[in-house]
Design a protein. Structure first.
Length: 693
C-alpha cells in the first residue's frame, strides 16, 4: 500500500487482453476424462484458483499465470497476475454447477467493461481445465489448466509479518516493488517497510482482522500515505497466498502475493555484562535481541521491575543507564524481552558499587615512657576488603598492615610521626599524622597518701582523695565496690549529697606506662540526716484526734514523729510539702494518756549546683589539657561539654581531656550539668594554645 504512478489499467490492448484473460481463465476449466466421483463444488467463494494459460487469442492473454479470487461473500472477484502477459482485473461473477464434474462461470470484467463465460471441468476436487469465451468477441478464447489452492486462514494475524511482492496497482498504491507488512502484537497497529518503489509507512487497523472463510481473512486500515483501504488475504497455503488492497471510496487497488512469517520469539544476542564501579559514577547496561518486531523490554533488579525516574533512565529500552551510582544500586540486573510469540530473559549481570575508604577515627598522638606498649588505631569505612599500611616518618612499618599498630617495649628511636594509608579497589586515603614521643624509663606509681574512710549524715558532701608519685602522666580510676565509677578519673572523688545507696567501699587505681597500683579501701558509712523544727501547733479534735499545724518549706520532705516519753520516737507521717502551713491529723492519739510530737526535715538533695568551676588554661601545642567540674545536688548527674557554645560529641563525663592540644583546640569551653530536677551551665573557661618553641 504505497503511492506510485502508472498508466491506466487498459492503455495497451495486450494489457487489457491479459486482464480479461485472467478473469475468464479463473473459472473456465477444460474438460478432462470422465470421472466416476463428482468433483465440481457447489460454490467457489473464498477459494483460490491458480490458472496456467496454455493458449489464447486477442484480446485475451495467450500465456502467463494468474490467480482468480472469488470473494468469500458476495459476487465480486479479483484477478491477481503472477507472471506472463496477464493484467489485473476485477468484477462480478455467477457460478453454476452444471454436472458432477463441470460448471460454468459468467462474469463481467469491470476493468474493461466486457462480459465473459468460462466452461470448467474438474478432473479432481482441486484441479482441472477451463476455456473462456465472449459472445461480444467471436473467435476470441483462452484455455488453460488450474489448481485450487486451499490454505487455512488464521484466526488472528496479530504479531505476524507478511512479505508481499506487488503484482499490480493504481495510484495511490504502488504498482511494483515489495514490502514487509508488520502487524502489531495487539492487532491494532502496523508498519510497512518497503523497497523497489514502495515507501515506508504505518497506520492503524480501523476494522480488526476477521476470518471470512476457511481460506480468507479481511481487515481495514488507515495508512499514513495511502489513506483508508480494505485488505483481503487469501491463503493458498499455511505460509502464503494472495493479497488485495482496495481504496475506500475509489476503485484504486493493489495486488500481490505474500509469504506469511509467523512471529518468532525473542532470542538474546548480546547479554548485559557484570560491572564494578566507584560510587558516584555512571553505569550503562545493554542487551540486544532478535525476533519478530515489535520487541518490548523490561529491566529488572533482583527480579523486581526497574522504573525510570531520577538517576535511572531506559528501564523499558535496550539500554539501562544509572547516573551517580549509589551503594543501594548494587544488585543483579537482567532484561526481559517480549513479543507476540513469547519472551526471553537475559543472564543476570551483577553490579557492584565500590565505596572509597573514609577515616572516621584518626590515630591519636601519644607520649609514653621507654619500655611501654604503644597502640595506634584507626577506624575506616568503605568497600571491603580494606587494606592498611602504617608508616613512620613516611616509611612503611614492617608488619603494620592492620587497623591497629602495636609497638611493644617502645624505645626512643621509635619516636616519630605515624600515619596509616587505607585503601581498597575504589581508592586510597592517608590518615592525619599522630606523633609518638618517647621519654626516659618510667617509674611505676606509688601511693603516698591513701584515701580515708568516712561516716557522714545523709545529704552531706563527701570527698575522697589520694596522692601518688611516679612518672607522669598518671591516670586515675575510682571504683565503688570494685566497679568503675563513671567519670571519676581525678585524684579527688567528690560525692555530693550522699544517700544510703552511696555507702560502699571505695578504691582508686593509679596507672602509668610502668604499670598500675591500687589504693587501700576506704569505707563510706551514710547515716540518716534529719533536722528538728522548732515550731509545732497542736489542736484537740473530737474523738481525741490531734490536728498538727506546722510551717513548712514548699518542695521539701518532712517526717512527723510521736513519742510517749520524749525518748523513743516513731514516725507517724512523711510527706513532701505542697503548701504552707501544712496540717496532719493523728487519729491514733486517743490511745495514749499523753503524746509528744516533733517535725523533722528530711534531706533529699536538689537541682545541680556547681561547686568547682572549670578553669581557663594556657598551653603549648602538643600539651595535655584537662577540664573538670564538680557539682552538688540530687544524683545522678549528666554532663555535656561545649566549645564556643556547640555540644562536643561524646564529651559527657565530669572530666574532659584534650590530648594533644592543637592550635584549633583554642576556644571557650563550658559544661552543662543536669539531673532530674534541672540543669546549670558552668562559667566559661578559656583555652589558649600557642605554638611550641
Amino acid at each position: 500500500m504505497r503511492t506510485g504512478s502508472r498508466s491506466t489499467l487498459c492503455n495497451a490492448a495486450p494489457r487489457c487482453r491479459a486482464s480479461a484473460a485472467l478473469f475468464v481463465a479463473v473459472l473456465a476449466l477444460a474438460a478432462l476424462a470422465p470421472v466416476v466421483v463428482a468433483q465440481a463444488p457447489t460454490t467457489i467463494g473464498g477459494r483460490t484458483f491458480e490458472v496456467t494459460i496454455t493458449s489464447g487469442t486477442p484480446p485475451l492473454a495467450s500465456n502467463g499465470v494468474y490467480r482468480f479470487l472469488p470473494a468469500a461473500t458476495g459476487l465480486n472477484y479479483f484477478v491477481v497476475r503472477i507472471s506472463g502477459d496477464v493484467d489485473t482485473s476485477y468484477g462480478t461473477y455467477t457460478y453454476t454447477k452444471t454436472g458432477a464434474n463441470t460448471a460454468t462461470v459468467t462474469f463481467t470484467d469491470l476493468s474493461i467493461g466486457a462480459g465473459f463465460a468460462a466452461a470448467i471441468t474438474f478432473s479432481t476436487a482441486t484441479s482441472g481445465t477451463l476455456k473462456i469465451t465472449s459472445p461480444l468477441l467471436p473467435g476470441s478464447f483462452q484455455e488453460g489448466r488450474f489448481v485450487v489452492l486451499t490454505g487455512e486462514s488464521p484466526a488472528s494475524i496479530a504479531g505476524t509479518s507478511f512479505d508481499v511482492t506487488v503484482t499490480d496497482g493504481e495510484f495511490p498504491f504502488a504498482f511494483d516493488g515489495s514490502f514487509r507488512l508488520n502487524v502489531g502484537t495487539d492487532g491494532r497497529t502496523y508498519s510497512i517497510t518497503g523497497s523497489g518503489g514502495v515507501a515506508n509507512s504505518s497506520g492503524t487497523v480501523t476494522v480488526p482482522y476477521a476470518k471470512t472463510s476457511p481460506t480468507t481473512g479481511a481487515f481495514t486500515v488507515s495508512d499514513s500515505l495511502a489513506g483508508s483501504a480494505s485488505v483481503q488475504l487469501t491463503f493458498a497455503s499455511a505460509a502464503g497466498g494472495s493479497y488485495v488492497a482496495i481504496a475506500v471510496g475509489s476503485s484504486a487497488y493493489q495486488t500481490g502475493v505474500f509469504t506469511a512469517r509467523a512471529p518468532v520469539a525473542p532470542k538474546i544476542l548480546t547479554q548485559p555484562q557484570s560491572q564494578s564501579v566507584v560510587v558516584g559514577s555512571s553505569v550503562v547496561l545493554s542487551v540486544s535481541a532478535d525476533g519478530t518486531a515489535p520487541l518490548s523490554y523490561q529491566w529488572k533488579k533482583d527480579n523486581a521491575n526497574v522504573s525510570d525516574g531520577g538517576r535511572i533512565q531506559g528501564a523499558l529500552t535496550q539500554t539501562l543507564t544509572i547516573s551517580n551510582v549509589q551503594p543501594g544500586d548494587a544488585g543483579s540486573y537482567s532484561a526481559v524481552v517480549k513479543n507476540a510469540a513469547g519472551s526471553a530473559t537475559s543472564v543476570a549481570a551483577s553490579l557492584a558499587v565500590l565505596v572509597p575508604p573514609a577515616i572516621t577515627t584518626q590515630p591519636a598522638s601519644q607520649t609514653v615512657s621507654a619500655g611501654a606498649t604503644v597502640v595506634f588505631s584507626v577506624t575506616a569505612t568503605g568497600t571491603s576488603p580494606l587494606k592498611y599500611q602504617w608508616k613512620r616518618n613516611g616509611i612503611d612499618v614492617p608488619g603494620g598492615t592492620g587497623p591497629t599498630l602495636t609497638i611493644n617495649n617502645v624505645s626512643a628511636n621509635q619516636a616519630g610521626t605515624y600515619t596509616v594509608a587505607v585503601s581498597n579497589t575504589a581508592g586510597s586515603l592517608t590518615s592525619a599524622p599522630a606523633t609518638l614521643t618517647v621519654t626516659s624509663t618510667a617509674t611505676a606509681p606509688s601511693i603516698t597518701v591513701q584515701p580515708v574512710s568516712q561516716a557522714v549524715k545523709a545529704g552531706s558532701d563527701v570527698t575522697f582523695s589520694v596522692q601518688a608519685a611516679g612518672t607522669p602522666p598518671l591516670t586515675y580510676q575510682w571504683k565503688k565496690d570494685g566497679v568503675n565509677v563513671t567519670g571519676a578519673t581525678l585524684p579527688t572523688l567528690l560525692l555530693h549529697a550522699v544517700t544510703a545507696s552511696d555507702a560502699a567501699t571505695y578504691t582508686v587505681e593509679i596507672r602509668n606506662s610502668a604499670g598500675p597500683v591500687t589504693s587501700n579501701p576506704a569505707t563510706l558509712t551514710v547515716q540518716p540526716a534529719i533536722s528538728v523544727l522548732r515550731f509545732l501547733a497542736v489542736r484537740l479534735k473530737p474523738g481525741n484526734a490531734i490536728e498538727l499545724t506546722h510551717e513548712v518549706e514548699i518542695g521539701k520532705t518532712y517526717s512527723i514523729e510521736a513519742s510517749l516519753n520524749l525518748g523513743n520516737w516513731t514516725e507517724v507521717h512523711r510527706f513532701t510539702a505542697a503548701g504552707s502551713p501544712s496540717q496532719f491529723t493523728d487519729t491514733t492519739a486517743g490511745q495514749a494518756v499523753r503524746r509528744f510530737y516533733r517535725l523533722r526535715s528530711v534531706s533529699v538533695g536538689g537541682k545541680p549546683i556547681i561547686t568547682r568551676q572549670p578553669e581557663s588554661q594556657f598551653v603549648l601545642v602538643g600539651d595535655r589539657v584537662t577540664f573538670s567540674v564538680e557539682a552538688s545536688g540530687t544524683p545522678p548527674f549528666t554532663y555535656q561539654w561545649r566549645k564556643n557554645g556547640v555540644d562536643l560529641s561524646g564529651r559527657t563525663a565530669s572530666t574532659f581531656v584534650i590530648s594533644p592540644a592543637r592550635l584549633t583546640s583554642a576556644g571557650t569551653y563550658t559544661v552543662v550539668v543536669r539531673n532530674a530536677l534541672g540543669e546549670v551551665v558552668s562559667e566559661p573557661a578559656e583555652l589558649d594554645v600557642e605554638p611550641g618553641g
